[in-house]
Design a binder for this molecule. Sequence first.
Ligand SMILES: [Zn+2]
Length: 261
Amino acid sequence: MMGVNHAITGAAAWIALTGAVPYLTTGALPLDPIGVLAGAAVCAGAALLPDADHHSATIAHSVPVLGRLVTRAIGEVSGGHRHGAHSLLAVGVAALLAWALTLLTVPLDGFGPVAIGAGVGTAALVCFGLKARDFVDRWSTAWLLGIAMGLFIVVVVPEQIEWFPVAVALGYAVHLAGDALTTGGLPGPWWPWVPRPPAAFAEVPVLNRVWMRNGYVALPLLGDTGSRRERAFGALLTIYVSVASGYQLLLGIGIDPLSIV
Ligand SMILES: [Zn+2]
């Protein structure tokens, strides 16, 4: 799946889970509008993280030189593109790292502890999410907006930071789900154990695209990465995210969206 569609699926999943929009969201983890909108940006960025195993992924260009070095290193450690970084184990590691970031605080006179770790994490992920969606064309602008959001989260609404690890884990998992819907598939849930199907299985049409010869699994409803189907799916989700976040925005500034329809 393309970076832009990963980002939009991350935002959509977060809004569906945390938003309060009649008929459009589940509200399974209800948050106030700031948490819904800020979390959607973080979740969109987190949904790009698994492709940090590829040196030409969107986020490889986030920081000159360093971005490429880091993505190359992650690719090597995790065994290459769509290997370890695309496994359930990696979802757990990402969630754990995000949680560890929230523990990183510095005391500030007259203000109490400032969640600097989650602030930096928020800044980076919001920056990635904005850039993937091409809301901004320059990385410097994306970073500025990301940093503004990071500061806003830790200084203005520090009680909101609790959801940070959840948004990272959800975004990461949603990326894997997105890739599983394309023909490339994933190394399966048990990586590093990637069992291959029995030889006879390879002859069975349809099934041999669900459990592939190399052991990868997929439910390739969206076809190849970047297919028309995938683009249409991304466009639908973009409408969903726009409508639902517009609703949240109105709620956030104290207007009942239903009163103006
Ligand atoms: Zn991927």
